[in-house]
Design a protein around this ligand. Structure first.
Ligand code: NAD
Length: 474
Protein backbone atom coordinates (compact mmCIF):
# COMPACT_ATOMS: atom_id res chain seq x y z
CA UNK A 1 0.00 0.00 0.00
CA UNK A 2 2.79 2.47 -0.81
CA UNK A 3 5.74 3.84 1.08
CA UNK A 4 3.64 5.59 3.69
CA UNK A 5 1.75 3.52 6.21
CA UNK A 6 -1.89 3.93 5.28
CA UNK A 7 -3.61 5.99 7.89
CA UNK A 8 -0.31 7.26 9.33
CA UNK A 9 -0.86 10.12 11.73
CA UNK A 10 -4.61 9.85 11.52
CA UNK A 11 -7.27 8.66 13.84
CA UNK A 12 -8.08 5.03 14.38
CA UNK A 13 -10.70 4.31 11.73
CA UNK A 14 -13.61 3.32 13.95
CA UNK A 15 -13.24 6.63 15.82
CA UNK A 16 -12.87 8.45 12.49
CA UNK A 17 -16.03 6.78 11.15
CA UNK A 18 -17.98 7.77 14.28
CA UNK A 19 -16.74 11.34 13.96
CA UNK A 20 -17.74 11.41 10.29
CA UNK A 21 -21.26 10.22 11.14
CA UNK A 22 -21.47 12.83 13.88
CA UNK A 23 -20.32 15.61 11.51
CA UNK A 24 -22.88 14.52 8.95
CA UNK A 25 -25.62 14.60 11.59
CA UNK A 26 -24.54 18.06 12.74
CA UNK A 27 -24.49 19.38 9.19
CA UNK A 28 -27.89 17.87 8.36
CA UNK A 29 -29.39 19.50 11.45
CA UNK A 30 -27.74 22.84 10.60
CA UNK A 31 -29.04 22.58 7.05
CA UNK A 32 -32.58 22.07 8.32
CA UNK A 33 -32.19 25.27 10.37
CA UNK A 34 -30.92 27.28 7.38
CA UNK A 35 -31.63 25.47 4.16
CA UNK A 36 -31.31 28.45 1.86
CA UNK A 37 -28.49 30.86 2.74
CA UNK A 38 -28.87 34.31 1.22
CA UNK A 39 -26.64 35.64 -1.52
CA UNK A 40 -24.90 37.77 1.09
CA UNK A 41 -24.18 34.75 3.31
CA UNK A 42 -22.88 32.71 0.36
CA UNK A 43 -20.65 35.58 -0.76
CA UNK A 44 -19.20 35.76 2.75
CA UNK A 45 -18.48 32.00 2.66
CA UNK A 46 -16.72 32.35 -0.68
CA UNK A 47 -14.69 35.34 0.52
CA UNK A 48 -13.63 33.27 3.54
CA UNK A 49 -12.50 30.52 1.14
CA UNK A 50 -10.41 33.01 -0.88
CA UNK A 51 -8.81 34.43 2.28
CA UNK A 52 -8.12 30.93 3.63
CA UNK A 53 -6.20 29.92 0.51
CA UNK A 54 -4.18 33.14 0.46
CA UNK A 55 -3.30 32.91 4.15
CA UNK A 56 -2.15 29.29 3.92
CA UNK A 57 -0.06 29.46 0.76
CA UNK A 58 3.21 28.59 2.48
CA UNK A 59 1.76 25.75 4.52
CA UNK A 60 0.24 24.32 1.33
CA UNK A 61 3.62 24.49 -0.44
CA UNK A 62 5.35 22.71 2.44
CA UNK A 63 2.72 19.99 2.80
CA UNK A 64 2.90 19.18 -0.91
CA UNK A 65 6.70 18.86 -0.69
CA UNK A 66 6.31 16.58 2.32
CA UNK A 67 3.81 14.27 0.63
CA UNK A 68 5.37 14.22 -2.86
CA UNK A 69 9.01 14.33 -1.70
CA UNK A 70 9.57 17.08 -4.29
CA UNK A 71 7.01 19.59 -5.55
CA UNK A 72 7.55 22.91 -7.36
CA UNK A 73 6.47 26.02 -5.49
CA UNK A 74 5.20 27.65 -8.67
CA UNK A 75 2.85 24.75 -9.48
CA UNK A 76 1.56 24.73 -5.94
CA UNK A 77 0.90 28.49 -6.01
CA UNK A 78 -0.62 28.46 -9.48
CA UNK A 79 -2.85 25.41 -9.46
CA UNK A 80 -3.48 24.48 -5.84
CA UNK A 81 -3.86 28.03 -4.49
CA UNK A 82 -4.53 30.61 -7.25
CA UNK A 83 -6.68 28.10 -9.15
CA UNK A 84 -8.99 27.69 -6.15
CA UNK A 85 -9.08 31.42 -5.46
CA UNK A 86 -9.94 32.11 -9.11
CA UNK A 87 -12.81 29.64 -8.99
CA UNK A 88 -14.19 31.22 -5.81
CA UNK A 89 -13.83 34.75 -7.32
CA UNK A 90 -15.75 33.62 -10.40
CA UNK A 91 -18.49 32.27 -8.15
CA UNK A 92 -18.64 35.55 -6.17
CA UNK A 93 -18.95 37.57 -9.39
CA UNK A 94 -21.50 35.28 -11.03
CA UNK A 95 -23.58 34.49 -7.95
CA UNK A 96 -26.42 36.97 -8.66
CA UNK A 97 -26.87 35.49 -12.14
CA UNK A 98 -26.45 31.86 -11.04
CA UNK A 99 -28.94 32.19 -8.16
CA UNK A 100 -31.59 34.06 -10.13
CA UNK A 101 -34.67 32.04 -11.07
CA UNK A 102 -34.28 30.92 -14.67
CA UNK A 103 -37.49 31.94 -16.53
CA UNK A 104 -38.75 29.31 -18.97
CA UNK A 105 -41.50 29.38 -21.55
CA UNK A 106 -44.89 28.41 -20.09
CA UNK A 107 -47.59 26.48 -21.92
CA UNK A 108 -49.98 29.15 -23.30
CA UNK A 109 -52.87 26.71 -23.72
CA UNK A 110 -53.28 26.78 -19.94
CA UNK A 111 -53.63 30.56 -19.85
CA UNK A 112 -50.94 32.92 -18.58
CA UNK A 113 -48.83 31.01 -16.09
CA UNK A 114 -45.20 31.69 -15.21
CA UNK A 115 -42.57 28.94 -15.24
CA UNK A 116 -39.04 28.98 -13.92
CA UNK A 117 -36.24 26.80 -12.64
CA UNK A 118 -35.27 27.43 -9.04
CA UNK A 119 -31.76 26.47 -7.99
CA UNK A 120 -31.88 25.47 -4.37
CA UNK A 121 -29.15 23.97 -2.15
CA UNK A 122 -29.03 20.17 -2.09
CA UNK A 123 -27.92 19.89 1.53
CA UNK A 124 -24.81 18.11 2.76
CA UNK A 125 -22.23 17.09 0.16
CA UNK A 126 -19.26 14.72 0.53
CA UNK A 127 -16.16 15.65 -1.43
CA UNK A 128 -13.92 12.57 -1.72
CA UNK A 129 -10.49 13.77 -2.81
CA UNK A 130 -7.60 11.88 -4.45
CA UNK A 131 -3.91 12.31 -3.67
CA UNK A 132 -2.82 13.99 -6.86
CA UNK A 133 -4.23 17.52 -6.37
CA UNK A 134 -5.23 17.64 -2.68
CA UNK A 135 -6.10 21.35 -2.54
CA UNK A 136 -7.28 21.99 -6.08
CA UNK A 137 -9.69 19.06 -5.83
CA UNK A 138 -10.33 19.48 -2.11
CA UNK A 139 -11.05 23.22 -2.01
CA UNK A 140 -11.77 24.07 -5.67
CA UNK A 141 -15.20 22.39 -5.74
CA UNK A 142 -16.06 24.21 -2.49
CA UNK A 143 -16.43 27.31 -4.68
CA UNK A 144 -19.52 25.98 -6.42
CA UNK A 145 -20.73 23.86 -3.51
CA UNK A 146 -20.82 26.91 -1.22
CA UNK A 147 -22.12 29.17 -3.99
CA UNK A 148 -25.04 26.74 -4.27
CA UNK A 149 -25.64 27.07 -0.50
CA UNK A 150 -24.54 23.59 0.62
CA UNK A 151 -22.64 22.21 3.58
CA UNK A 152 -19.59 20.07 2.86
CA UNK A 153 -17.51 17.29 4.37
CA UNK A 154 -14.20 16.85 2.64
CA UNK A 155 -12.31 13.56 2.79
CA UNK A 156 -8.66 13.77 1.74
CA UNK A 157 -6.66 10.79 0.47
CA UNK A 158 -4.80 8.58 2.91
CA UNK A 159 -1.71 9.04 0.68
CA UNK A 160 -1.38 12.77 1.42
CA UNK A 161 -1.29 12.94 5.24
CA UNK A 162 0.58 16.27 5.41
CA UNK A 163 -1.88 17.92 3.01
CA UNK A 164 -4.78 16.40 4.96
CA UNK A 165 -3.45 18.00 8.15
CA UNK A 166 -3.27 21.44 6.50
CA UNK A 167 -6.74 21.01 5.01
CA UNK A 168 -8.15 20.05 8.39
CA UNK A 169 -6.42 22.87 10.23
CA UNK A 170 -7.26 25.69 7.81
CA UNK A 171 -10.86 24.60 7.26
CA UNK A 172 -11.46 24.29 11.03
CA UNK A 173 -10.06 27.82 11.46
CA UNK A 174 -12.30 29.22 8.72
CA UNK A 175 -15.64 27.40 8.84
CA UNK A 176 -17.89 26.01 11.56
CA UNK A 177 -17.86 22.22 11.81
CA UNK A 178 -21.57 22.12 10.94
CA UNK A 179 -20.85 24.03 7.72
CA UNK A 180 -17.55 22.74 6.21
CA UNK A 181 -15.32 20.17 7.83
CA UNK A 182 -12.59 17.64 7.03
CA UNK A 183 -12.85 13.95 7.77
CA UNK A 184 -9.47 12.20 7.87
CA UNK A 185 -9.01 8.47 7.98
CA UNK A 186 -7.75 5.35 6.24
CA UNK A 187 -9.33 2.94 3.80
CA UNK A 188 -12.03 1.79 6.25
CA UNK A 189 -13.32 5.34 6.54
CA UNK A 190 -13.18 5.74 2.74
CA UNK A 191 -15.22 2.56 2.33
CA UNK A 192 -17.78 3.55 4.97
CA UNK A 193 -18.38 7.00 3.51
CA UNK A 194 -20.37 6.36 0.30
CA UNK A 195 -23.14 4.38 1.96
CA UNK A 196 -24.05 7.23 4.32
CA UNK A 197 -27.18 9.28 3.52
CA UNK A 198 -25.54 12.25 1.74
CA UNK A 199 -27.45 14.69 -0.39
CA UNK A 200 -24.70 14.45 -3.02
CA UNK A 201 -21.23 12.90 -3.41
CA UNK A 202 -18.41 14.29 -5.52
CA UNK A 203 -15.83 11.55 -5.99
CA UNK A 204 -12.56 12.16 -7.81
CA UNK A 205 -10.29 9.18 -8.30
CA UNK A 206 -9.85 6.00 -10.26
CA UNK A 207 -12.54 4.40 -12.40
CA UNK A 208 -12.33 1.15 -10.42
CA UNK A 209 -13.15 2.87 -7.12
CA UNK A 210 -15.72 5.07 -8.91
CA UNK A 211 -17.75 1.93 -9.66
CA UNK A 212 -17.64 0.89 -5.99
CA UNK A 213 -18.73 4.37 -4.89
CA UNK A 214 -21.66 4.28 -7.28
CA UNK A 215 -22.76 0.85 -6.09
CA UNK A 216 -22.57 1.93 -2.43
CA UNK A 217 -24.35 5.24 -3.09
CA UNK A 218 -27.21 3.38 -4.76
CA UNK A 219 -28.33 2.20 -1.32
CA UNK A 220 -29.55 5.71 -0.42
CA UNK A 221 -30.05 6.88 -4.03
CA UNK A 222 -27.40 9.53 -3.46
CA UNK A 223 -26.74 11.62 -6.57
CA UNK A 224 -23.14 11.48 -7.72
CA UNK A 225 -20.59 13.45 -9.63
CA UNK A 226 -17.78 11.09 -10.65
CA UNK A 227 -14.51 12.60 -11.84
CA UNK A 228 -12.56 9.58 -12.99
CA UNK A 229 -9.43 8.72 -14.90
CA UNK A 230 -8.44 7.06 -18.14
CA UNK A 231 -6.13 7.67 -21.05
CA UNK A 232 -6.32 11.20 -22.51
CA UNK A 233 -5.03 11.15 -26.10
CA UNK A 234 -3.24 13.98 -27.86
CA UNK A 235 -3.28 14.15 -31.66
CA UNK A 236 -0.28 15.81 -33.24
CA UNK A 237 -1.31 16.32 -36.87
CA UNK A 238 1.04 17.09 -39.74
CA UNK A 239 0.19 20.81 -39.46
CA UNK A 240 0.67 20.85 -35.70
CA UNK A 241 4.39 20.35 -35.38
CA UNK A 242 5.96 23.55 -34.06
CA UNK A 243 8.30 24.45 -31.27
CA UNK A 244 5.47 26.08 -29.30
CA UNK A 245 3.36 22.96 -29.58
CA UNK A 246 6.26 20.75 -28.51
CA UNK A 247 6.62 23.00 -25.46
CA UNK A 248 2.89 22.61 -24.80
CA UNK A 249 2.93 18.79 -25.00
CA UNK A 250 6.03 18.47 -22.84
CA UNK A 251 4.86 21.15 -20.41
CA UNK A 252 1.58 19.32 -19.77
CA UNK A 253 3.27 15.91 -19.53
CA UNK A 254 5.79 17.24 -17.00
CA UNK A 255 3.15 19.05 -14.91
CA UNK A 256 3.17 17.11 -11.64
CA UNK A 257 5.32 14.59 -13.53
CA UNK A 258 2.31 13.19 -15.35
CA UNK A 259 0.22 12.63 -12.20
CA UNK A 260 -2.79 14.62 -13.42
CA UNK A 261 -6.09 13.23 -14.69
CA UNK A 262 -5.86 15.33 -17.90
CA UNK A 263 -2.17 14.67 -18.43
CA UNK A 264 -1.03 13.85 -21.98
CA UNK A 265 -1.27 10.06 -21.65
CA UNK A 266 -0.01 9.31 -25.18
CA UNK A 267 0.51 11.14 -28.45
CA UNK A 268 -0.94 10.02 -31.76
CA UNK A 269 1.29 11.45 -34.46
CA UNK A 270 1.02 11.36 -38.25
CA UNK A 271 3.28 8.50 -39.40
CA UNK A 272 5.15 10.68 -41.88
CA UNK A 273 6.07 13.08 -39.12
CA UNK A 274 6.83 10.61 -36.38
CA UNK A 275 10.62 10.78 -36.63
CA UNK A 276 10.51 14.58 -36.90
CA UNK A 277 8.29 14.72 -33.81
CA UNK A 278 10.52 12.40 -31.76
CA UNK A 279 13.64 14.41 -32.75
CA UNK A 280 11.89 17.68 -31.97
CA UNK A 281 10.91 16.41 -28.50
CA UNK A 282 14.48 15.30 -27.80
CA UNK A 283 15.94 18.53 -29.11
CA UNK A 284 13.51 20.70 -27.15
CA UNK A 285 14.21 18.73 -23.99
CA UNK A 286 18.00 18.92 -24.45
CA UNK A 287 17.89 22.67 -25.02
CA UNK A 288 15.27 23.79 -22.53
CA UNK A 289 14.75 21.07 -19.95
CA UNK A 290 18.21 19.66 -19.46
CA UNK A 291 18.29 17.64 -16.23
CA UNK A 292 14.71 18.66 -15.48
CA UNK A 293 14.25 15.80 -13.02
CA UNK A 294 17.08 17.17 -10.86
CA UNK A 295 15.60 20.68 -10.90
CA UNK A 296 13.14 22.17 -8.39
CA UNK A 297 10.49 22.07 -11.16
CA UNK A 298 10.10 18.29 -10.95
CA UNK A 299 7.42 16.60 -8.79
CA UNK A 300 8.16 13.33 -6.99
CA UNK A 301 6.07 10.21 -7.56
CA UNK A 302 3.55 10.00 -4.73
CA UNK A 303 4.49 6.57 -3.30
CA UNK A 304 7.02 3.81 -3.71
CA UNK A 305 4.20 1.61 -4.95
CA UNK A 306 3.30 4.05 -7.74
CA UNK A 307 7.01 4.28 -8.62
CA UNK A 308 7.23 0.48 -8.78
CA UNK A 309 4.17 0.40 -11.05
CA UNK A 310 5.79 2.92 -13.44
CA UNK A 311 9.13 1.07 -13.40
CA UNK A 312 7.16 -2.11 -14.17
CA UNK A 313 5.67 -0.43 -17.27
CA UNK A 314 9.18 0.45 -18.47
CA UNK A 315 10.55 -3.03 -17.70
CA UNK A 316 7.75 -4.60 -19.71
CA UNK A 317 8.54 -2.28 -22.65
CA UNK A 318 12.23 -3.17 -22.45
CA UNK A 319 11.56 -6.90 -22.31
CA UNK A 320 9.26 -6.56 -25.31
CA UNK A 321 12.12 -4.89 -27.26
CA UNK A 322 10.40 -1.52 -27.69
CA UNK A 323 12.20 1.63 -28.76
CA UNK A 324 12.71 3.32 -25.40
CA UNK A 325 14.24 6.82 -25.34
CA UNK A 326 15.42 8.19 -22.00
CA UNK A 327 15.43 11.98 -22.20
CA UNK A 328 17.92 12.24 -19.35
CA UNK A 329 21.06 10.32 -18.46
CA UNK A 330 20.25 10.34 -14.77
CA UNK A 331 18.19 7.34 -13.84
CA UNK A 332 15.46 6.96 -11.25
CA UNK A 333 16.19 8.28 -7.75
CA UNK A 334 14.34 5.69 -5.67
CA UNK A 335 14.84 7.43 -2.34
CA UNK A 336 13.35 10.73 -3.50
CA UNK A 337 10.93 8.96 -5.88
CA UNK A 338 12.19 11.11 -8.76
CA UNK A 339 11.69 9.73 -12.25
CA UNK A 340 12.75 11.41 -15.51
CA UNK A 341 10.57 11.38 -18.64
CA UNK A 342 10.91 8.44 -21.04
CA UNK A 343 9.51 8.15 -24.58
CA UNK A 344 8.30 4.84 -25.99
CA UNK A 345 8.06 4.98 -29.77
CA UNK A 346 5.44 2.95 -31.63
CA UNK A 347 4.81 0.43 -28.82
CA UNK A 348 2.94 -2.83 -29.33
CA UNK A 349 -0.77 -2.55 -28.52
CA UNK A 350 -0.73 -5.38 -25.97
CA UNK A 351 1.62 -3.63 -23.54
CA UNK A 352 0.23 -2.50 -20.18
CA UNK A 353 1.25 1.10 -20.89
CA UNK A 354 -1.06 1.01 -23.90
CA UNK A 355 -3.97 -0.24 -21.84
CA UNK A 356 -3.82 1.41 -18.40
CA UNK A 357 -3.72 5.07 -17.47
CA UNK A 358 -0.01 5.93 -17.26
CA UNK A 359 -0.22 8.68 -14.59
CA UNK A 360 3.53 9.31 -14.63
CA UNK A 361 6.51 10.37 -16.77
CA UNK A 362 6.23 7.84 -19.61
CA UNK A 363 5.05 9.02 -23.03
CA UNK A 364 4.05 6.52 -25.72
CA UNK A 365 4.14 7.92 -29.27
CA UNK A 366 1.81 6.10 -31.63
CA UNK A 367 1.73 6.60 -35.40
CA UNK A 368 -1.48 7.04 -37.41
CA UNK A 369 -2.01 7.21 -41.16
CA UNK A 370 -5.02 9.53 -41.54
CA UNK A 371 -7.20 11.60 -39.21
CA UNK A 372 -9.90 8.90 -39.58
CA UNK A 373 -7.35 6.43 -38.32
CA UNK A 374 -6.56 8.59 -35.29
CA UNK A 375 -10.27 9.03 -34.56
CA UNK A 376 -10.79 5.27 -34.81
CA UNK A 377 -7.92 4.64 -32.37
CA UNK A 378 -9.63 6.99 -29.90
CA UNK A 379 -13.12 5.61 -30.44
CA UNK A 380 -11.97 2.01 -29.86
CA UNK A 381 -11.20 2.93 -26.28
CA UNK A 382 -13.23 4.21 -23.33
CA UNK A 383 -14.43 7.79 -23.75
CA UNK A 384 -11.65 10.03 -22.43
CA UNK A 385 -11.78 12.93 -20.00
CA UNK A 386 -10.03 15.15 -22.52
CA UNK A 387 -8.74 15.03 -26.11
CA UNK A 388 -6.10 17.45 -27.39
CA UNK A 389 -5.52 18.15 -31.06
CA UNK A 390 -2.73 20.26 -32.53
CA UNK A 391 -3.64 21.29 -36.07
CA UNK A 392 -3.92 24.23 -38.43
CA UNK A 393 -6.39 22.35 -40.61
CA UNK A 394 -10.04 23.21 -39.78
CA UNK A 395 -11.31 20.02 -41.43
CA UNK A 396 -9.21 17.84 -39.17
CA UNK A 397 -10.30 19.82 -36.11
CA UNK A 398 -13.98 19.55 -37.14
CA UNK A 399 -13.59 15.82 -37.73
CA UNK A 400 -12.33 15.35 -34.17
CA UNK A 401 -15.03 17.61 -32.70
CA UNK A 402 -17.78 15.86 -34.64
CA UNK A 403 -16.72 12.23 -34.48
CA UNK A 404 -15.25 11.72 -31.02
CA UNK A 405 -16.89 11.89 -27.59
CA UNK A 406 -15.00 13.02 -24.48
CA UNK A 407 -15.47 15.18 -21.39
CA UNK A 408 -13.55 18.05 -22.98
CA UNK A 409 -11.38 19.03 -25.94
CA UNK A 410 -8.49 21.44 -26.28
CA UNK A 411 -7.47 22.58 -29.73
CA UNK A 412 -3.82 23.64 -30.13
CA UNK A 413 -3.09 23.18 -26.45
CA UNK A 414 -3.25 20.55 -23.72
CA UNK A 415 -6.10 20.31 -21.22
CA UNK A 416 -6.73 24.06 -21.22
CA UNK A 417 -10.49 23.38 -21.16
CA UNK A 418 -9.88 22.25 -17.57
CA UNK A 419 -8.57 25.64 -16.44
CA UNK A 420 -11.06 27.88 -18.28
CA UNK A 421 -13.37 29.13 -15.50
CA UNK A 422 -16.42 29.49 -17.74
CA UNK A 423 -16.29 25.85 -18.93
CA UNK A 424 -17.81 23.00 -16.97
CA UNK A 425 -15.37 20.16 -16.29
CA UNK A 426 -16.12 16.47 -16.22
CA UNK A 427 -15.93 13.13 -17.95
CA UNK A 428 -18.23 10.79 -19.84
CA UNK A 429 -18.63 7.03 -19.51
CA UNK A 430 -15.53 5.50 -17.89
CA UNK A 431 -14.01 8.97 -17.34
CA UNK A 432 -16.93 10.05 -15.17
CA UNK A 433 -20.32 11.73 -15.04
CA UNK A 434 -21.58 15.17 -14.12
CA UNK A 435 -19.74 18.47 -14.25
CA UNK A 436 -18.22 20.97 -11.89
CA UNK A 437 -16.46 24.34 -12.41
CA UNK A 438 -18.49 27.47 -13.19
CA UNK A 439 -22.22 27.51 -13.76
CA UNK A 440 -22.27 23.76 -14.52
CA UNK A 441 -20.82 23.17 -11.05
CA UNK A 442 -23.35 25.50 -9.43
CA UNK A 443 -26.21 23.65 -11.12
CA UNK A 444 -24.68 20.23 -10.40
CA UNK A 445 -24.62 20.99 -6.68
CA UNK A 446 -28.11 22.56 -6.71
CA UNK A 447 -31.49 20.96 -6.78
CA UNK A 448 -32.84 22.14 -10.14
CA UNK A 449 -36.44 22.58 -9.06
CA UNK A 450 -39.22 23.24 -11.56
CA UNK A 451 -41.69 25.90 -10.43
CA UNK A 452 -45.03 26.46 -12.16
CA UNK A 453 -47.08 29.48 -11.17
CA UNK A 454 -50.68 29.34 -12.31
CA UNK A 455 -52.61 32.56 -12.45
CA UNK A 456 -55.83 32.10 -10.50
CA UNK A 457 -57.67 33.54 -13.52
CA UNK A 458 -56.52 30.74 -15.82
CA UNK A 459 -59.29 28.36 -16.72
CA UNK A 460 -58.14 24.74 -16.68
CA UNK A 461 -61.62 23.28 -17.16
CA UNK A 462 -60.68 21.77 -20.51
CA UNK A 463 -58.19 19.35 -18.99
CA UNK A 464 -60.48 18.15 -16.21
CA UNK A 465 -63.56 16.00 -16.46
CA UNK A 466 -66.23 16.16 -17.59
CA UNK A 467 -64.34 16.16 -20.91
CA UNK A 468 -66.16 17.61 -23.87
CA UNK A 469 -65.76 19.82 -26.91
CA UNK A 470 -63.09 22.02 -25.30
CA UNK A 471 -60.89 19.01 -24.50
CA UNK A 472 -61.26 17.53 -27.98
CA UNK A 473 -60.17 20.88 -29.47
CA UNK A 474 -56.86 20.85 -27.56
P1 NAD B 1 -6.65 7.86 -4.21
O1 NAD B 1 -5.97 6.55 -3.96
O2 NAD B 1 -6.23 9.04 -3.44
O3 NAD B 1 -8.21 7.60 -4.07
C1 NAD B 1 -9.15 8.61 -4.27
C2 NAD B 1 -10.07 8.70 -3.08
O4 NAD B 1 -10.85 7.52 -3.02
C3 NAD B 1 -9.34 8.82 -1.76
O5 NAD B 1 -9.99 9.77 -0.95
C4 NAD B 1 -9.45 7.42 -1.20
O6 NAD B 1 -9.44 7.41 0.20
C5 NAD B 1 -10.78 6.98 -1.73
N1 NAD B 1 -10.88 5.52 -1.85
C6 NAD B 1 -9.91 4.65 -2.19
N2 NAD B 1 -10.40 3.40 -2.20
C7 NAD B 1 -11.70 3.47 -1.87
C8 NAD B 1 -12.76 2.53 -1.74
N3 NAD B 1 -12.57 1.23 -1.98
N4 NAD B 1 -13.99 2.99 -1.41
C9 NAD B 1 -14.21 4.30 -1.21
N5 NAD B 1 -13.25 5.25 -1.34
C10 NAD B 1 -12.02 4.85 -1.66
O7 NAD B 1 -6.49 8.30 -5.69
P2 NAD B 1 -6.49 7.49 -6.98
O8 NAD B 1 -7.79 6.78 -7.16
O9 NAD B 1 -5.22 6.72 -7.15
O10 NAD B 1 -6.43 8.79 -7.94
C11 NAD B 1 -5.89 8.78 -9.15
C12 NAD B 1 -7.00 8.64 -10.17
O11 NAD B 1 -7.85 9.77 -10.07
C13 NAD B 1 -6.50 8.62 -11.58
O12 NAD B 1 -7.20 7.63 -12.28
C14 NAD B 1 -6.89 9.98 -12.10
O13 NAD B 1 -7.07 10.05 -13.48
C15 NAD B 1 -8.13 10.27 -11.35
N6 NAD B 1 -8.37 11.70 -11.28
C16 NAD B 1 -9.45 12.20 -11.94
C17 NAD B 1 -9.69 13.56 -11.93
C18 NAD B 1 -10.86 14.15 -12.65
O14 NAD B 1 -11.16 15.31 -12.41
N7 NAD B 1 -11.56 13.42 -13.47
C19 NAD B 1 -8.83 14.40 -11.24
C20 NAD B 1 -7.75 13.85 -10.57
C21 NAD B 1 -7.54 12.49 -10.58
Amino acid sequence: TGSKPVGAGILNDSIAIDRLKESLKLQKAAFRRNSNPSQMERTAHLRALVAMMAANRNKIRDALVQDFSAHPTEFSDLIEVAGVMGRAETAINRLPVWMAPDRREAEPMFGTPTAFMQYQPKGVIANVVPWNLPFELGCGPLAEMLAAGNRVILKPSEYTPACADVLEEMIAATFDRDHVTVSKGGLDLAKALPSLPWDHILYTGSTVVGRQIMAAAAENLVPLTLELGGKCPTIMTSTGLSSRNIQSVLGMKLAKNGQICVSVDHVLVHREQMEAFVSALQEYYRTNLNNHSQSPDCTGIITQRQLDRLVGLLDEANISGERVIHLEDSGIDRDRRIMPLTLIVDPKPGLSLMNEEIFGPILPIIPYDSIEDAIELINQRDRPLCINIYSQNPEEIDAVLERTISGGVTVNGAALNGVCPSLGFGGIGASGMGRHHGIEGFREFSNNRAVYFRSEQDNLASIFPPFGEATRDL
